[in-house]
Design a protein. Structure first.
Length: 552
């Protein structure tokens, strides 16, 4: 039996987010949205503005209108992009072929609290639903919270540890926070105090509406996953830990804050235009050292590898064979706007570029290296191909050939492949919502062979859901200890810093890691970021970036 779901929505056209979840439900074998509970709201008799005096009412009205204008302006700028424009579509609720049950909520004098009368409660109870989803207005209170077996589930677009209230997606941009979160919770009488089952965060976008669209899309993906899980297991999942909330409740920004926000956006856009006109770009570089232990290396003493004209090197991975030390890097070309994989020989006296080892019609980066039965393989980033691919070294270091695609129809970046406890493991960063964010979700898979076509997803996926820790930046297997290098994203600053975590628990049901230290971009002058670290046979290489003038 499928999980029987009712969706509480407002009267009128439905948003694309509600439409998207209904579409997902049609494809599900575990749940179905059987009824739309449509709230017919009448604001003539009660209004959220009634508590204000006339002068304050005028101010609040202007505040609301001004904020609506910001939304409309940013919405217009986004509608030219396919990934965003569908968010703004609306759909007639009568076109869904789902039975409609109309209710009239009793709205509090504040205009925020919604309760249902006994007649409407009986209507909903008679539907024999397993769970209700909140997709409409109002803070739901009263008997409706306990009417169904699994209660009412709701998305809050914000990290409820430090962001409660609204508008969703705005305050993270205003305060330049590196991440924007969401939760899925079971509603309780205490506002934002429900049981949280799913929690995650993505990189904060540079503008409010873009941020709102992106967090809404990813939250919907995980709403669907949660409903599938509840339906297949016929139970609610484990509740995530709670902590006391110690911040003020966010609300609609004042006119002053809205003006400050617009000034920040204006300065950001003008700065971007000026930098682009002056051909000033973020440019990555690589540095290395030989005969040093990665645990106590002094990064300021690393030897810098000079970038060729109109190109840059990044994502270094080192390997030694027959006494030859080679660093494989992403070789990005500004003219073609594409990367390939290049080999650089390293010695204690200097370095030399050997040549290109992989060049495809699509972008390549992050040339992760691993060995199997004395053979060397590479798993570079190929997310523009929507595949995870493996290449085999035929003649070290220059000759490589395509070996196999181990995953298809997947937007994944920066994959780490390794053998541990009689299994092969794959750590990769997936863009689940198709929003172009590979920084926030770390997924784990396992298989019996490194080139398997049947990788099994870990039940805890995503094992990390935060742009402050999820994205891979390297991997070290040392004395039977496994270390994962992770990137730390900043606000509008990809690869702001990195850290190292020791994997302390790894099995088909468990994953844990302990952060050991972070590396900030302080080891060279005027650098702005660092995001990849590699070590092998006492060779160490990392990358860093600067804001530099280019010729392109």
């Amino acid at each position: 039996m499928k999980l029987k779901v009712g969706f509480i929505v407002d009267h009128g056209n439905l948003s694309s987010i509600i439409y998207d979840l209904i579409e997902k439900s049609i494809k599900s074998d575990s749940y179905s949205i059987d009824f739309l509970i449509v709230q017919k709201i009448n604001f003539n008799s009660t209004s959220k503005f009634k508590k204000y005096t006339n002068s304050k009412l005028i101010y609040k009205t202007i505040e609301s209108i001004f904020f609506s204008l910001i939304f409309k302006i940013e919405k217009k700028s986004l509608k030219k992009y396919d990934v965003y424009k569908k968010y703004f579509y609306t759909y007639d609720l009568n076109n869904f072929n789902i039975p409609i049950v109309e209710v009239i909520p009793i709205i509090s004098k504040s205009g925020f609290i919604y309760k249902y009368n006994n007649e409407d409660l009986d209507k909903i109870k008679s539907l024999n639903l397993d769970v209700l989803l909140r997709g409409g207005s109002g803070i739901l209170q009263g008997e409706i919270l306990n009417l169904c077996k699994f209660g009412i589930l709701s998305i809050h677009h914000g990290d409820n540890d430090d962001n409660r209230g609204g508008p969703p997606g705005f305050w993270e941009v205003y305060y330049r926070k590196p991440s924007t979160g969401f939760i899925i919770q079971k509603l309780q009488s205490q506002l934002d105090g429900g049981d949280v089952f799913t929690k995650g965060s993505i990189t904060t976008s540079p503008s409010y509406v873009m941020n709102l669209v992106r967090i809404s899309k990813i939250a919907n993906v995980y709403f669907d996953k949660l409903l599938n899980k509840i339906g297949s297991e016929n139970s609610l999942p484990a509740i995530l830990p709670k902590a006391p909330f110690s911040y003020e409740l966010f609300k609609l920004p004042s006119i002053v804050i809205q003006i400050q926000y617009l000034l920040k956006i204006f300065i950001f856009k003008i700065s971007s235009i000026i930098l682009d006109k002056r051909k000033i770009k973020v440019r990555w570089s690589v540095a290395y050292t030989i005969n040093d232990n990665w645990k106590n290396v002094e990064l300021r003493k690393l030897r810098k590898i000079k970038n060729p004209p109109n190109r840059f090197f990044a994502d270094p991975f080192v390997h030694t064979k027959n006494g030859m030390h080679v660093c494989f890097v992403e070789d990005y070309n500004y003219k073609s706007s594409k990367g390939n994989i290049c080999a650089i020989e390293l010695t204690s006296k200097g370095y030399r570029e050997i040549g290109t080892v992989l060049d495809e019609s699509f972008h390549l980066s992050y040339p992760f290296l691993f060995s199997n039965k004395d053979e060397l393989f590479m798993c570079p980033e190929t997310h523009l191909k929507n595949e995870i691919r493996i290449y085999k070294c035929i003649d070290f270091p220059l000759r490589w050939e395509y070996h196999k695609t181990i995953m298809k129809n997947i937007s994944a970046s920066d994959s780490n492949l390794f053998y541990f406890n009689s299994k092969w493991w794959l750590l990769t960063n997936i863009d689940s919502a198709g929003i172009g964010d590979h920084n926030s979700e770390l997924h784990l898979f396992y298989a019996d062979s490194f080139d398997s076509s049947s990788w099994i997803p870990h039940p805890l996926n995503p094992i990390i859901f935060s742009p402050l820790k999820a994205r891979n930046g390297g991997f070290i297997y040392n004395d039977n200890d496994i270390f994962r290098v992770f990137q730390v994203q900043g606000f509008n600053n990809y690869g702001e810093s990195m850290g190292l975590a020791k994997i302390t628990e790894l099995s088909e049901t468990k994953y844990n890691e302990e952060v050991l230290f972070n590396i900030s971009p302080n080891f060279f002058k005027k650098i702005k970021g660092t995001h990849t670290f590699s070590s092998s046979s006492n060779i160490i290489a990392l990358d860093y970036n600067k804001i530099e003038k280019t010729n392109i």
